[in-house]
Ligand binder design. Structure first.
Ligand code: GRF
Length: 203
């Protein structure tokens, strides 16, 4: 799996993917890390791991299509053919998705379809849910709306806020994202409509 990881922030999910590749648990080659924000700490994590980085400040581009053309070029230039969004706070265009059909994944810190958007943890905490969690899904044209690959649940308490619940969710994010990527790497994922099937492991 020749992977490009897209980030905008701390990159703890990126770090987890880096560590799983290094340990041999995830059979992938992280060819590139792209951030739309120059100050994203995840860029530092990539550099420490010797992974090429590209910064594409979205303000430098006329529109989403223009940004995505630069993003596609960077991904292709580095030989990646699958994309993992990990805290990437941008919507991609249909053009981008058509370039990597069935190869663009995202992690969302809520049990989709509940609490899509940029504050899933806080929204769940404020709603007073008792079970929260995270989802890895194929990216489609919508926001956090593509077919779900894997989810994990965590308990939520009345005393939780976005930060306390978010920290508990993040621990599970770091477990399910590498799992989803390993299934992708093994070619075991297939989506039929909204349903995602994970084929049995090869003997
Ligand atoms: C994670 O909570 C992820 O679910 C959300 O943004 C956060 C990214 O965290 N999309 P990190 O940058 O991977 O640490």
């Amino acid at each position: 799996l020749n992977l490009a990881v897209l980030i905008s922030g701390s990159g703890s999910n990126l770090q987890c993917i880096i560590d799983r590749v290094a340990s041999g648990a995830l059979h992938a080659d992280i060819r590139l890390v792209v951030s739309n924000r120059p100050e994203a700490f995840g860029l530092e994590r990539a550099r420490k791991a010797g992974i090429p980085t590209v910064v594409l400040p979205h303000g430098n581009y006329l529109d989403r299509e223009d940004f995505d053309r630069a993003l596609i070029a960077a991904i292709r230039d580095h030989g990646a053919d699958a994309v993992a969004m990990a805290g990437f706070m941008r919507m991609v265009t249909p053009m981008f998705l058509q370039t990597f059909p069935g190869r663009v994944l995202n992690i969302h810190p809520a049990l989709l379809p509940s609490f899509p958007g940029t504050h899933g943890q806080r929204d769940a905490a404020e709603y007073g849910v008792r079970i929260a969690g995270c989802s890895v899904h194929f990216v489609d044209e919508g926001m956090d709306s593509g077919p779900i690959i894997i989810q994990a649940a965590v308990p939520a308490f009345p005393t939780d806020n976005g930060e306390t619940l978010g920290a508990r969710i993040l621990t599970m994010e770091h477990r399910i994202y590498p799992q989803a990527l390993q299934w992708l790497s093994e070619g075991r994922l297939s989506a039929q409509g909204r349903k995602v099937f994970v084929a049995p492991a090869a003997r």
